[in-house]
Design a protein around this ligand. Structure first.
Ligand SMILES: Nc1ncnc2c1ncn2[C@@H]1O[C@H](COP(=O)(O)OP(=O)(O)OP(=O)(O)O)[C@@H](O)[C@H]1O
Ligand SMILES: [Mg+2]
Length: 394
């Protein structure tokens, strides 16, 4: 039993979406690319190519944007972060750019009304730009000042002038960009493309689901053609281990290697699942000095139940044909440890070319991926097992 006096230690895992992990592991290549873009913009006086992160849900796109925002903050650059929702991207971006300009100018933000706007990285800006506190800009729902003043281009020009006057720059982080309409992408692409020649200290980082690759829409593709694309996938084994071990270690309740092996067998390199596994193992080890294999075993049903929910939503999101493909992949996993497309097609009794569109759709949705050796795998390891159990019980 736990001693009544034992102090409750907060759980250091973050099993949710958009929640910065205590230990951010891996992604060195992306952070290097972002650092280089910031250097090019800050030191070389050129506007660098945009950096685009695409990857399935829960792989860490948003928290990677957050890390990049920290890199910008180290240079005293604020971040304007916008999460695209259908139809409101341009208006929200306009608001936030204006708010950023006010921040640079040291002006009180225009106060009035209901809709809230947020600029991240405010703490750093506060010390640099002499403005205290969190930055919350309010805007009337019907405020269309942005359009009256000449739209996105004018807002961007305004904020970049103000930034340059301060010897600073701006990180523009656009999340969930697959939600933006073609018209919005067109407008955004045109404005950003137009100002490349101005050599503004502006770094644009975009995050989106893999379906974004197929987006067509006016000039955004032209702008994106010169972008540096990074596909975010599961973490490599050493990084996954670091993501799992790090938070426990830092919180004074280290995890044994045996416990880590057992938990990683459940989570693979899928960042969301690693946080889930750590979270329940931490909870199961309350009052203990280390997290052991026994704690991992005790936590396994809870971890399994959590991930089952995820598998169920992926399954429900799949069409009947896609489900057949998933079931075939799950069977092929038993026959071959890393089945390739041909082996899955064989289970279906079809030619590869006849079912490759299903494979591609499931890769785009982030349900399966192709590993470095060309084998097909479920993004979260236990899904094959889950599908087999379900297929048999149907
Ligand atoms: N590099 C990492 N190291 C450790 N944990 C991570 C890492 N990347 C992501 N995570 C964890 O994974 C979870 C999902 O991260 P995040 O919300 O950023 O994913 P996402 O790709 O933006 O998903 P969505 O497409 O649903 O928005 C969070 O719990 C986060 O803490
Ligand atoms: Mg996200």
């Amino acid at each position: 039993m736990t001693e009544p006096t034992a102090r409750r230690q907060p759980n250091p895992y973050r099993p949710g979406f958009n929640q910065a992990p205590v230990v951010f592991a891996g992604r060195g290549e992306v952070l290097d690319a972002a650092n280089e873009a910031l250097d090019v913009a800050a030191l070389d006086g050129r506007t660098p190519r945009p950096v685009v992160l695409v990857g399935p849900r829960g792989v860490g796109k948003t928290v990677t944007l957050g890390e990049i925002s920290q890199l910008a903050a180290q240079r005293s650059w604020p971040t304007v972060h916008v999460e695209a929702r259908a139809g409101s991207l341009v208006a929200e971006l306009g608001d936030r750019l204006r708010a950023a300009r006010n921040l640079f100018d040291g002006r009180e933000p225009a106060a009035s009304s209901r809709r809230r706007t947020r600029i991240t990285g405010a703490k750093v800006e506060a010390s640099v730009l002499g403005i205290g506190g969190g930055i919350e800009i309010e805007r009337a729902a019907d405020d269309r000042e942005s359009e009256q003043r000449g739209g996105l281009g004018a807002e961007l020009r305004g904020v970049m002038r103000a930034a340059t006057a301060q010897g600073s720059g701006l990180l523009l982080a656009l999340d969930e960009l697959q939600n933006a309409s073609s018209a919005e992408l067109h407008e955004l692409g045109a404005v950003l493309q137009e100002h490349v020649a101005d050599a503004w200290p502006l770094v644009v980082v975009i995050a989106a689901l893999p379906s974004f690759r197929g987006k067509r829409g006016g000039r955004m593709p032209t702008y994106l053609e010169r972008a540096e694309w990074h596909a975010l996938e599961g973490l490599a084994a050493p990084d996954a281990r670091e993501a799992l071990l790090g938070p426990a270690e830092q919180s004074g309740r280290p995890m044994t290697d045996g416990a880590a092996d057992a938990l990683l067998a459940l989570a693979g390199g899928y960042p969301y699942a690693i946080q889930v596994a750590g979270h329940f193992a931490w909870r199961a080890s309350h009052g203990a000095k280390t997290i052991t294999e026994q704690h991992a075993a005790a936590a396994a049903p809870r971890i399994g139940a959590d991930l089952d929910q995820l598998f169920l939503s992926r399954w429900e999101d799949a069409s009947p044909r896609e489900r057949e493909y998933l079931a075939a992949l799950a069977e092929a996993e038993i026959l071959h440890s890393e089945p390739h497309g041909g082996q899955v097609a064989a289970v279906l009794g079809q030619r590869v070319s006849a079912v490759s569109y299903l494979r591609d759709r499931l890769i785009k949705k982030g349900t399966i991926y192709r590993d470095g050796a060309g084998g097909l795998r479920f993004i979260t390891p236990g899904m094959g097992d889950w599908v087999r159990r379900g297929t048999r019980s149907r």
